[in-house]
Design a protein. Structure first.
Length: 636
């Protein structure tokens, strides 16, 4: 049994990964997956509607999973379909998270409104025992409707205040206001909320268009005109203009033969063009017909429309549709979430191996770490293909790549030393970095378009990749040092053999980190010279990169010069975590320099908490040796 356990663990891991690739069961007769894969242009990138649904839910409520008021679990695209075509139902969905009591009071919401009303006595009992949540801070648009004018007034007051100095109330107001704007933009992207049957309205508009245009021209020229036709067509024009101004999804592709990305249109813009073209755009009619079929619960008409429209688009946009299909599969599989779960299991197996069945559980953890690494690699490669970019393009992808680099190095360490330390470190950093990436994804689509100054695949593939490899390896050295300190002070498991192995690991990883940090910084200077005409400008980000190089060099010189032994080396390596986190996130939030990405209040507090934790660990390591629980024959 013990010999076969690693194979069993790996098999279960493979089954778990494979299960994420199985499409979710379609609980309705509607072709949801077909609709989810229809293309849309948003923020300069063609993506499937599935991505729009998932990123919108992440922004609004912090998760992709959506539960309807009746307790039914809906696919993200089902939620989006209701927002598009059945707004009266969607307005009752609890989409908006409001944690601030003062902001809730703007809408007359009390503490009683946060109570979850369970329908069964069993669930009520579990909630009373704390086994089920008793409170929910998610609210529907209908619950917010009466206070929207006050929210807008508060936003006008908060808008002139710099984000870094806003009060918690102002920050929550700004966030909720942006969420309401996003929701309303989705509602008006392909449909008019006040239209019970938008498809029938468009048909009526098409029929009266010739007479209406004639009436408009006659009035403009001072000639007699039909007032009823004039009023009808101008009423449609004002409603279409509202769609154009409020909506933000570019769902209408260009005419056949036109491959210009900038030629995609909002449905509202396409409808405004009707006055010039003389007929309603066919693609707008298709979406209106899909909306009618969805609202009237006609799956046959809906599925036929999705299939026909997909076939039509395939004639002109085959490469784009292929990417949309792959991206929808990628969204459903969630490879980074899967890897995050596996990293937790790796960590647990590796730690338990120090207590029981060392050889068996160490091998199990090693193989599972390899599987998690393969999953993360597949996710990174897929993102690269979808974006047409190197692996690191923004903070989100840098977090994913930092964990990937650390996991790769941990596999090498575990292969060499076979003591589960590499697996523990890989599990810790892999999980931590992917958790950071998840929180960074809450701001919207993570495959965003590049800023003009960063739009260089060559430098993204050289400077950015190399410098992030320096980040990942420096963090790994700090993580190994934490393992050394924790085992030495909190347990009796830090033997001389283990301490020596950890010392060699940290030393080797610091050498690796120094090389990549130095080369990455130099390459960044060359890129800066090409972009801004100077190699070095003492920009905060440049200073942060230089500090990492200098700190790693200090560690090596202190070790070579005999200024520190094992324990001192570990303390210096832990402080490297502080230096790297500051360069990675801290300088981006200063609001100054060419690399500033904006102040993030939540990230700032977490950064301070992380720094404080590292200082405490260093303080723990500084305790006198007689306070360390592990006994070592050599002084540290």
């Amino acid at each position: 049994m013990k010999k076969s356990l690693p194979f069993l663990v790996l098999l279960l891991g493979v089954v778990y990964v494979g299960s994420t690739l199985v499409p979710p069961a379609n609980k309705t007769e509607f072709d949801l997956s077909g609709f989810a894969r229809l293309p849309v242009l948003v923020d300069g990138r063609i993506k499937p509607l599935d991505t729009v649904a998932r990123t919108s839910l992440l922004v609004l409520q912090g998760r992709q999973r959506f539960v309807a008021p009746n307790g039914a679990s809906l696919q993200p695209v089902e939620w989006l379909l209701d927002v598009f075509f059945n707004p009266a139902v969607a307005d009752q969905y609890k989409d908006f998270r409001i944690d601030n009591t003062d902001v809730r009071s703007l809408f007359g919401l009390t503490e009683e409104d946060t109570d979850i009303q369970y329908q069964t006595s069993a669930k009520k009992t579990l909630a009373a025992l704390g086994l089920l949540p008793a409170k929910s801070y998610l609210f529907s648009f209908d619950q917010l409707r009466s206070g929207l004018s006050e929210l807008e007034r508060q936003m006008r007051l908060a808008d002139p205040v710099d984000e870094a100095v806003r009060t918690p109330f102002q920050r929550e107001v700004a966030k909720l206001y942006q969420h309401v704007v996003l929701y309303q933009s989705l509602k008006t992207s392909v449909n008019l909320e006040d239209s019970p049957d938008f498809f029938a309205d468009l048909q009526r508009f098409q029929n009266l268009l010739p007479a209406g245009i004639a009436a408009v021209r006659a009035k403009k020229d001072g000639q007699p005109y039909n007032e009823q036709d004039y009023k009808a067509v101008t009423d449609f024009a004002s409603r279409f203009q509202f769609m154009s101004d409020s909506g933000y999804l570019l769902l209408i592709p260009p005419a056949p033969g036109n491959t210009d990305v900038n030629a995609w249109k909002k449905p509202g813009d396409a409808l405004m063009d009707t006055f010039r073209r003389g007929e309603v755009d066919l693609d707008v009619l298709v979406y209106a017909a899909l909306g009618r079929a969805w609202r009237l619960k006609q799956p046959g008409d809906f599925n036929d429309g999705v299939k026909a429209y997909g076939t039509q688009l395939a004639r002109q946009f085959t490469p784009q549709l292929l990417k949309c299909n792959v991206e929808a599969i990628f969204n459903q599989a969630q490879p980074f979430y899967t890897s995050m779960v596996l990293y937790v299991l790796v960590f647990l197996l590796a730690v338990i191996s120090w207590l029981k069945w060392p050889e068996t559980l160490q091998r199990s953890a090693f193989w599972l770490l390899g599987l998690a690494f393969v999953g993360a690699t597949a996710g990174i490669i897929t993102r690269m293909w979808l974006e047409g970019r190197p692996p690191v393009t923004n903070l989100y992808s840098s977090a994913v790549f930092v964990g990937w680099v650390a996991a790769a190095l941990c596999l090498v360490l575990e292969r060499i030393y076979k003591n589960a330390i590499g697996a523990v470190a890989g599990g810790m950093i892999g999980f931590g970095t992917l958790l950071i990436a998840h929180h960074l994804s809450l701001s919207g689509d993570t495959m965003e378009m590049m800023r003009a100054v960063l739009d260089s695949n060559y430098w993204l593939a050289t400077h950015v990749v190399v410098i992030v490899m320096g980040y990942g390896s420096t963090f790994l050295a700090g993580c190994l040092a934490i393992i050394y300190i924790a085992r030495g002070t909190l347990t009796k498991s830090l033997t001389k053999e283990t301490a020596d192995a950890l010392t060699r690991m940290v030393y080797g990883i610091v050498c690796f980190a120094t090389l990549f940090s130095l080369v990455g910084t130099v390459l960044g200077g060359i890129w800066a010279d090409q972009s801004w005409g100077r190699f070095w400008g003492w920009d905060p980000k440049e200073n942060g990169a230089l500090i990492i190089v200098l700190w790693n060099a200090i560690i090596l010189h202190c070790r070579w010069g005999g200024l520190v032994k094992q324990r001192g080396l570990m303390m210096l390596a832990v402080f490297g975590n502080i230096v790297t986190s500051w360069s990675w996130f801290g300088v981006n939030m200063l609001g100054v320099g060419l690399h500033s990405y904006g102040f993030m209040q939540a990230a700032f507090y977490w950064l301070i908490a992380f720094v404080a934790s590292q200082v405490l660990i260093i303080g723990l390591a500084a305790l006198p040796l007689d306070r360390w629980r592990s006994f070592r024959t050599q002084p540290a």
